[in-house]
Write a protein that binds this ligand. Structure first.
Ligand SMILES: Cc1cc2nc3c(=O)[nH]c(=O)nc-3n(C[C@H](O)[C@H](O)[C@H](O)COP(=O)(O)OP(=O)(O)OC[C@H]3O[C@@H](n4cnc5c(N)ncnc54)[C@H](O)[C@@H]3O)c2cc1C
Length: 301
């Protein structure tokens, strides 16, 4: 039996949405449920609103399912569906490999927990802002109030459930870096506290990848656009409406850029930008240019 939060001396936050079934039984149940989704994993996995990934990460983290068990379950499914397109299963198994990839990175390069994996940035690291020096933008990011709906939806999903879809993990950390210039160490420490699947290797690997200082062949000019990412991966804004309820009545054409609505349109859908939902806290195009310049400057130093 898993002890309750109260028994462990914690108080459950009021608005926490408990979506997990812990323990061995919960793990087995999750594997069974995911079998209905896995064939379509390839085409669905990137779309946050479809919520179609396995959510096995907390079970893998705590050992309530084993990596071999899930790999072979997937293998058996392939054998059972010889006439179906099983590329979704193969793609999912490849995702499992990322977990081991980051384990071996951590094992071989343990310093990457504290400093950039990339050697050239180790003694010449960007001068990120620590959260104490940048309280306003730190709070906006953590609370999901940056004014960019897709980013805010991701941060609020995390706060409410302890989980965030992988696409969003990339989008919000690209934003904390390239748009807000926040120190990745503070991001790591916040995520470690919040994620139910918090795993140091995958987390540091994922964050440093987004910060262009990790194991990534693509250099610093990869900058996710928080608006087009939403348009591509949540085209109708279903994911946004779920996690940012004040935007629920905003029409599809404005859901990714609600600040572009005029006053009348804002009144019509019951959200006044700047009062009920923030204006964009930063200008993405400007911040993108600035962060690329800062990285370029480091390259020249
Ligand atoms: C900034 C950032 C932080 C992350 N932090 C964590 C973390 O703390 N713990 C964690 O388990 N994953 C982390 N990931 C990787 C990935 O986002 C999660 O593993 C995935 O979202 C978990 O959901 P799922 O179980 O439904 O994944 P599925 O899509 O069903 O994938 C199956 C399993 O493969 C593994 N996996 C998938 N993608 C990755 C990846 N990129 N890196 C490593 N393993 C992967 C996980 O064990 C996952 O449970 C992070 C990614 C980023 C970009």
């Amino acid at each position: 039996r898993v002890p309750s939060l109260e028994e462990l001396g914690f108080e459950a936050p009021d608005d926490f949405e408990w979506i997990w079934t812990p323990g061995r039984e919960g793990g087995k149940k999750r594997i069974e449920e995911f079998k209905d989704e896995i064939l379509n994993y390839d085409e669905n996995r990137d779309y946050a609103w479809k919520d179609s990934t396995s959510k096995l990460s907390p079970h893998l983290k705590f050992g309530t399912v084993s990596i071999r068990e899930v790999f072979w379950e997937a293998e058996r499914l392939k054998a059972r569906n010889p006439n179906d397109d099983t590329s979704g299963i193969k793609t999912w198994q490849e995702e499992l490999a990322w977990r081991d990839y980051y384990f071996q990175i951590l094992w071989n390069f343990p310093h990457s927990v504290h400093e950039p994996f990339m050697e050239k940035y180790r003694d010449n690291e960007p001068d990120w802002d620590r959260k104490e020096e940048a309280e306003e933008k730190w709070e906006a990011w953590v609370e999901g109030k940056t004014g960019y709906p897709f980013v805010d939806a991701g941060m609020r999903q995390l706060k409410k459930t302890g989980f965030m879809h992988n696409r969003l993990r990339m989008v919000v950390t690209s934003f904390s870096c390239k748009d807000l210039w926040l120190d990745w160490r503070d991001v790591h420490s916040y995520f470690s506290k919040m994620f139910v699947d918090a795993e140091i290797s995958a987390m540091v690997g994922g964050i440093q990848w987004s910060y262009s200082i990790g194991t990534d062949a693509q250099p610093y000019f990869r900058v996710f656009n928080p608006t087009t990412q939403g348009q591509d991966y949540d085209p109708k804004g279903d994911y946004i409406r779920k996690w940012v309820p004040e935007l629920k009545d905003v029409p599809d054409e404005h859901i990714h850029q609600p600040w572009k609505m005029n006053k009348l349109q804002q009144q019509d859908c019951g959200v006044i930008i700047g009062e009920d939902y923030p204006e964009p806290t930063v200008d993405h195009d400007e911040r993108r240019k600035k962060s690329i310049e800062r990285f370029e400057q480091l390259e020249e130093d």
